[in-house]
Write a protein that binds this ligand. Structure first.
Ligand code: B3K
Ligand code: ZN
Length: 886
């Protein structure tokens, strides 16, 4: 079907068309007269023609939703025939080699519902410029390879906006007429405009200080709405830990005299690394024991770290173009994952990260939106802030770390930062630096950046008792993805080991080696198929593959159940140990009907769980992870046609069976972990709460009075949000008669705290109950909900569409129609958020014909809607695109 004739077909941008900028902007001075309804922006651009550019080449300035008030060149108004204004921006002709362009525009921050560019949130001004929001502030070459020094003056009403912030250092300030005042900020580091930021409003702040390794003093500030001032300490402590960690692990120091973080309630994403002035979604800053859960505390630390680490991986060295997005995002996610691993439990962190990757990225990589870590075309770049670019990108950097080893990796990073400081570069430049610093070739490794799809790694083993050798044959195969049918073999690091029948690690001597080299090593698979032969193996061993999940691949190895049980009890690597147990559970869930999941059949799993529960030597958080059944989203990757109700039914049946079989053990463990001291978010305490709340989750599956009482008691007496929310969640997903009353109690207690209300919405949206759709529909009319606030949309609508498969995929198709309609309404207001929500429909081909029809219909309606945004159009169009055949 064609789009309506009146909407022009969105343009596709290709990596192969990249051209360096024809004009440089050497410095820019911005002057903002802030007013929510009519802000005047004066910009002074000091331009210079690039050496390679032919004289006469026009200067293109991007601009969107701007009202042009005036334009002059070197102090003289520019004649109308010297410039042309259209939908996309401004083209200026016949410019001298260098000069000064002055442009005045007017914008309406309060009417900016897209939350891209300059907008207001809770009455305060803030900005979001990545990827292409700066063009909604003023006319400018809005591309990351144009780097300039910014000087920014903010003028505003002093009582409404006592705080005026921008990038860099304040260099001047003073009073103006009519109760207004001004502050001028100067950022000494040249930067692309996507890193520009301003904030103005009536904010409170906390401050602290960090002394860098070389003795420089940095002032640290966190700005929030005043009623949130008591929720900033954890963010500040996290920031200081991140600064210290980057010095210790990467030798990177902070470079300005101040580092500012501002929390706002209305934000499309998690946070933004603007130079010296990070702007955060308030959910990644604010925490108090009674309002934030352990995972909120964890996420805050991770995101604070992530944005801080961007100061080097992203800001000092930035991206040449948006196809290189993973250069900064993949690398920075790897850095924040490692930071969190060092601050907390490495094993728990790795399992959590692998879970996200396999549940979400593998799914993306197997569907119509599959794209390489370095995509080669896009319609709306905001659609490519994906789990592939971020999380698979981080896996690619992790593999480089694994292949080179920590010292060589660090040498390579040092070389990268030295060579490219102040430049806008490519993922290839990153790999080149690693090669150059270490004299190695990573030629084949580069496939990971260019080829989409998750490779399958199939392992065959052969034990020869006469020769005492054990052969592992590794074969890789990567499925076709849209636009890529044939693939080159990848360079895959396979961290591995062997264990004997008692679970003991064996020394590893490969064929031809004089002696064994440790008990864990990294095999490098570069061909389609390779065989590795180990010697001196006295009896058939159990192979352990992908320790630490050393490559983002799907492993096929025909383990016997007894081998999995052995690994789940004896393997040292936390990931492989956990994986063995998950595989056992997954086999049960996928090969038997729910009613069969009881008695003898599940006895080995019951025993494994009993063993884990009793294993006091094992970190409680790892015990909790091992005792958690594989999620429905992950299980869905293993079936041809996803039947949500069936997967859910099987998982619930097994959960109930385990609950009943181990009832006294869950109870004893729960009681043993009861704590009375003050709350601390540290990893050990959080791990104990996690295990205890998992016990509660099993107990409530028994659906009896005693379990309800336990949960109600925990809800009433909880002194922290982790325990309070866990009890509430257990109750909401049970048949406990008091469930509604408790939900109401929670709301009346927390209705003034918007982030806590988000949790309340999510709990209801993800409840596996027959009336959930009705309830979610009703909640869209509740005063607590608003389509204008992305967090509310994510907490209610996305939680339902992507976190409640049974509800969303209801046979009637009502879930599809409801979410489809919400997306279309939202698209007119905030296309980025609408497009993110639309991802719920992308995998329509994975379902039965009736569901396929229902989902496809919504995608078509979205795509063909008059005035559909580029963002939503691209998601719908690609999702509907031709099926990819091998
Ligand atoms: N770099 C920002 C993402 C901006 C999103 C633009 N749509 C957050 C981050 O990854 O740090
Ligand atoms: Zn980032």
């Amino acid at each position: 079907m064609d789009r309506k004739a009146d909407t022009p077909k969105p343009v596709t941008v290709y990596l192969k068309d990249y051209q360096p900028p024809a004009w440089h902007i050497e410095a820019v001075e911005l002057d903002f007269d802030l007013d929510p309804d009519a802000t005047r922006v004066r910009s002074r651009l000091h331009f210079r023609r690039a050496q390679e550019t032919a004289p006469g080449t026009p200067l293109h300035l991007d601009g969107e939703a701007l009202e042009l008030l005036g334009i002059s060149l070197d102090g003289e108004p520019l004649a109308a025939d010297r410039y042309r204004l259209d939908e996309a921006g401004l083209e200026v002709r016949d410019l001298p080699e260098t000069g000064l362009l002055e442009i005045e525009t007017r914008i309406q921050p309060a009417a900016n519902t897209e939350l891209s560019g300059l907008y207001t949130s809770s009455g305060n001004f803030c900005t979001q410029c990545e990827a292409e929001g700066f063009r909604r502030i003023t006319f400018y070459p809005d591309r990351p390879d144009v780097m300039a020094c910014f000087t920014t003056t903010l003028r505003a009403d002093k009582s409404a906006c006592p705080v005026l912030l921008s990038n860099g250092n304040p260099v001047a300030s003073g009073e103006l007429e009519d109760g207004r005042h001004y502050v001028t900020w100067q950022d000494p580091f040249p930067k692309p405009c996507y890193l520009f930021a301003l904030v103005a409003g009536d904010l409170g702040w906390i401050e602290d200080r960090f002394v860098t390794r070389s003795g420089r003093e940095v002032d640290l500030y966190i700005y929030v709405q005043k009623h949130n001032l008591d929720k900033c300490d954890h963010a500040m402590a996290s920031l200081k830990r991140a600064m210290k960690w980057d010095e210790a692990v990467y030798g990177r120091e902070y470079d300005l005299d101040r580092y500012m973080i501002v929390a706002v309630d209305d934000f499309n994403m998690g946070a933004m690394e603007n130079k010296g002035l990070n702007i955060f979604n308030s959910r990644y800053v604010l925490a108090r024991p009674d309002t934030a859960t352990d995972s909120d505390y964890q996420n805050i630390e991770g995101v604070i770290g992530h944005e801080y680490f961007h100061n080097w991986s992203g800001n000092r060295v930035t991206c040449r173009d948006w196809f290189q997005l993973s250069l900064k995002e993949g690398f920075t996610v790897f850095r924040d994952q490692e930071f969190s691993a060092d601050m907390n439990s490495r094993g728990v962190q790795r399992i959590t990260d692998v879970n996200i990757l396999r549940t979400h990225q593998f799914r993306e990589d197997a569907g119509p939106m599959a794209h390489p870590v370095k995509p080669d075309h896009y319609v709306a770049i905001d659609n490519f802030y994906t789990v592939t670019v971020y999380n698979k990108g981080a896996e690619v950097v992790r593999m480089l770390h694994t292949l080179l080893g920590p010292e060589a990796f660090r040498r390579g990073c040092d070389r990268y930062f030295e060579r490219h400081d102040g430049q806008a570069v490519t993922t290839d430049d990153f790999v080149n630096a690693l090669e150059a610093a270490n004299g190695v070739s990573l030629r084949q490794f580069r496939c990971w950046y260019d080829q989409a799809g998750t490779p399958e790694l199939t392992v065959e083993r052969h034990y020869d008792p006469q020769a005492c050798t054990f052969a592992l044959t590794l074969r890789q195969q990567c499925p076709a993805t849209p636009g890529q049918s044939a693939k080159q073999p990848f360079h895959i690091p396979v961290a591995m080991g062997l264990r004997d029948g008692e679970g003991r690690a064996l020394p590893l001597r490969l064929y031809g080696e004089a002696q064994a080299v440790g008990e864990s090593r990294v095999l490098e698979l570069c061909q389609e198929e390779e065989t590795f032969v180990f010697q001196d193996i006295a009896a058939e061993p159990v192979p352990v593959l992908l320790r630490g999940f050393s490559a983002p691949v799907k492993l096929n190895l025909d383990y016997r159940d007894a081998e999995l049980a052995l690994l789940s009890a004896h393997e040292d690597d936390p990931f492989c140990r956990w994986e063995a147990g998950q595989t056992l559970a997954r086999r049960l869930l996928l090969t038997h009907p729910p009613e069969a999941l009881t008695g003898e059949l599940i006895q080995p799993l019951v025993e494994a769980c009993r063993h884990t529960l009793d294993d006091a030597a094992l970190d409680p958080a790892l015990r909790a992870l091992a005792l958690t059944l594989p999620g429905e989203g992950y299980l869905a990757e293993f079936v041809d046609t996803i039947e949500p109700q069936q997967l859910h039914g099987a998982r619930e049946a097994l959960r109930r069976a385990l609950a009943q079989a181990l009832r006294p053990e869950w109870e004893a463990c729960y009681q043993a972990l009861t704590e009375t001291g003050p709350y601390s978010p540290d990893a050990a305490a959080a791990g104990r709460r996690r295990l205890r709340n998992l016990c509660l989750n099993y107990l409530i599956a028994c659906e009896d009075e005693a379990a309800y009482e336990l949960a109600l008691g925990q809800y009433r007496s909880a002194t922290n949000m982790t325990d309070s929310l866990a009890a509430l969640q257990a109750l909401v997903n049970s048949d406990c008669p008091q469930r509604e009353a408790v939900l109401e109690d929670f709301y009346s207690r927390w209705q003034a705290d918007t982030l806590v209300v988000d949790k309340w919405l999510s709990l209801q949206a993800t409840a596996a109950r027959p009336d959930t759709l009705d309830r979610v529909q009703a909640l869209t009319g509740h005063p607590a909900f608003s389509l204008a606030n992305p967090n509310k949309v994510y907490s209610l609508l996305r939680a339902f569409a992507q976190g409640n498969p049974v509800g969303f995929h209801n046979e009637s198709g009502a879930g599809y129609r409801f979410i489809g309609e919400q997306i279309r309404t939202l698209d007119a207001r905030n296309p980025q958020v609408a497009a993110r929500l639309a991802a719920a429909f992308t995998d329509w081909r994975r379902y039965n014909p009736a569901r396929q029809a229902g989902m496809r219909e919504q995608l078509q309606t979205m795509r063909d809607a008059p005035g559909v945004s580029r963002d939503l159009y691209e998601i719908a169009e690609r999702s509907l695109g031709e099926e990819c055949t091998e």
